[in-house]
Write a protein that binds this ligand. Structure first.
Ligand code: NAD
Length: 427
C-alpha cells in the first residue's frame, strides 16, 4: 500500500482520495480552501454526491484518509502526489493554468528532502501542459521527480462508483520507471490500462470530451431535423443502433449538455488548436448547436400558450443533470433567463441544487417541492434527469398546473403515462 497525497478537494480530488483510501492506501488530502478542508475533515462532503459521505466518514475513522492543513504535511509522507485542482476557462475560452501552476509551485516548495516522488496531473489539461507548466517548476526547484498524467473520467452523480471501478485507466508517463510505479499503484484494477506519453494521455481526455460533446450535439441536430420532418427520433435511433459502427449511448437528444467539463474543455481545445494554426470548425459547431439547443424547450411552450409574458413556468431540475448539485453550465440557467426575458415568472425546483442555482440566477422563485413548483403553472420544463422526476405521470401534472403543458427536456418521462396533458419532447 502506498502513501499518497491528493491536492484539491473538488469532486475529482475528494472522490479519488476516498477511493484510494477505501482500497487501503494511506492518503493525505489538502486544499487551499480552509473551510472546505475543515468540512471534509469533519466528514462532510461539500457538494452533493451519492454515497460519498458515508465512504468518506469510514476512511476518516480508519485514519486511512487525513486532511492536512499545510501542503508540507501532505507532501512529506507521500511517494505519489495527484494534482486535482481546477483548470477553469478564461473569458476567451482558453484554459487557465494558473491554479495548476500555483499548486505545482506549492508542492515543489513543500518537498523538503531529497526523496524522489511521483507527481501525477489528474486535472484535465491541454496536450503539452504537464511538460510546459509542471515540469519546469519541479526542475527549477531541483527536486527529484517522476512525472505522470492520469486523466479522470468519472461522472458526477456516479463519481465514487466510477473511481472504484473505472472502465479504463490512461497513464501518461515520462519514462519506464514512472510507468512501473503507477502500474503498481493500479495493479488491482480490472480494466484496460493504456500507458503512453504525457501529452498523449492529455490528448485522450480532450478527445474523449470532444467526442462525447459532439455525439450530444449530433443527437440534438438529428432530433431537431426529425421534428421538422415529422419523424419519430426514437425509431431513427433504434435504426442507427443496428449499425455495428454506431454506439447508441449518448445519442439521446434534449436541451443540450452542461456541466463543468464538456463546454470548458471543447472551448479550450478550440482556442489552443486555433493558436497552433488549426481551427477545429466541427468543434465550433458542436458548441454552437449546444448553445441554442435550450431554445427547443421554450418553443413548444410558446406554441401552446402564445406569449409567455405573465405566464408562470415550472422549471424542474436546476443542476446540469440529475444526481449532482453542480450548476456549472447548467442549461437551466439560459432557460430560466430566456423565460424571464420573455416576461414569464419561473418557479424552480431541484432535489440538491437550489442554493447553488440561487447564487447564479437569484430572480428565480424556488419551490420546496415538485408539487409547489407545479401549482398554478401554465407550463413546465423538465431540465435534469433526476429519478424522482422520471416517475411523474399526467396525474401529477394535472393535479396542480393551471395549464398542463409539459416539455420533457431529457426524455425521461414515460410518454404512455402522459395522456390528458399537452406533452412535448425534442425529436
Ligand atoms: N468535475 C468532474 O466531473 C470532472 C471529471 C473529470 C475531470 N475533471 C477535471 O478535474 C479537475 C478538477 O475538477 P473539479 O471539478 O474537482 O474542480 P473544482 O474546481 O471543483 O475543485 C478544485 C479544488 O482544488 C482546490 N485548489 C485550487 N488550487 C489549489 C492549490 N494550489 N492547492 C490545493 N488546492 C487547490 C480548490 O480550492 C478546489 O477545492 C479539472 O481540471 C476538471 O476539468 C472534472
Amino acid at each position: 500500500m502506498a502513501n499518497l497525497a491528493l491536492v484539491g478537494l473538488g469532486p475529482v480530488g475528494l472522490t479519488t482520495a476516498v477511493a484510494f483510501a477505501a482500497q487501503g492506501h494511506r492518503v493525505t488530502a489538502v486544499d487551499i480552501d480552509a473551510e472546505r478542508s475543515a468540512q471534509v475533515a469533519r466528514g462532510e462532503v461539500p457538494f452533493y454526491e451519492k454515497g460519498l459521505e458515508a465512504a468518506l466518514r469510514k476512511v476518516l475513522k480508519q485514519r486511512r484518509l487525513v486532511v492536512a492543513r499545510r501542503m508540507e504535511d501532505a507532501v512529506r509522507p507521500s511517494s505519489v502526489m495527484f494534482l486535482c485542482v481546477g483548470t477553469p476557462p478564461r473569458p476567451d475560452g482558453s484554459m487557465d493554468d494558473g491554479p495548476l501552476r500555483d499548486a505545482a509551485k506549492m508542492l515543489a516548495a513543500a518537498w523538503g528532502d531529497g526523496r524522489p516522488r511521483t507527481v501525477v496531473v489528474k486535472s484535465t489539461v491541454l496536450p503539452g501542459t504537464t511538460e510546459s507548466v509542471v515540469q519546469p517548476i519541479l526542475e527549477s526547484a531541483e527536486v527529484p521527480f517522476h512525472l505522470a498524467v492520469n486523466p479522470e473520467f468519472l461522472r458526477e452523480g456516479r463519481a465514487l462508483e466510477d473511481a472504484l471501478r473505472p472502465d479504463r485507466i490512461v497513464l501518461g508517463v515520462d519514462g519506464s520507471a514512472t510507468a512501473r510505479i503507477l502500474r503498481n499503484l493500479f495493479h488491482s484494477a480490472k480494466c484496460p490500462i493504456l500507458v503512453t506519453t504525457l501529452r498523449t494521455a492529455e490528448s485522450v481526455k480532450h478527445a474523449t470530451n470532444a467526442f462525447l460533446a459532439a455525439k450530444v450535439s449530433l443527437a440534438n441536430e438529428l432530433a431537431n431535423l426529425c421534428d421538422g420532418f415529422g419523424v419519430e427520433y426514437d425509431t431513427v435511433l433504434q435504426g442507427l443502433a443496428l449499425d455495428p459502427r454506431i454506439n447508441p449511448k449518448f445519442l439521446v437528444p434534449g436541451v443540450g449538455f452542461g456541466g463543468s467539463c464538456f463546454s470548458k474543455d471543447v472551448h479550450a481545445l478550440i482556442a489552443a488548436g486555433t493558436k497552433k494554426g488549426y481551427r477545429p470548425q466541427l468543434l465550433e459547431a458542436v458548441l454552437e448547436v449546444n448553445d441554442r439547443q435550450f431554445l427547443r424547450a421554450i418553443a413548444p411552450l410558446e406554441e401552446e400558450l402564445g406569449s409567455l409574458a405573465g405566464r408562470r413556468i415550472a422549471l424542474l431540475g436546476l443542476a446540469f443533470k440529475g444526481g449532482t448539485d453542480d450548476v456549472r453550465e447548467s442549461r437551466a440557467v439560459p432557460i430560466a433567463r430566456e423565460l424571464m426575458n420573455r416576461g414569464a415568472t419561473v418557479v424552480g425546483y431541484d432535489p440538491a441544487a437550489m442554493n447553488g442555482f440561487a447564487k447564479v440566477v437569484p430572480e428565480v422563485h424556488l419551490a420546496k417541492s415538485i408539487e409547489e413548483a407545479l401549482k398554478g403553472a401554465d407550463g413546465c420544463i423538465l431540465q435534469a434527469d433526476w429519478p424522482i422526476f422520471s416517475r411523474l405521470t399526467a396525474k401529477d401534472f394535472l393535479a396542480g398546473m393551471a395549464q398542463p403543458v409539459v416539455v420533457d427536456g431529457r426524455r425521461i418521462l414515460d410518454r404512455k403515462k402522459m395522456n390528458g396533458i399537452r406533452f412535448h419532447r425534442i425529436g
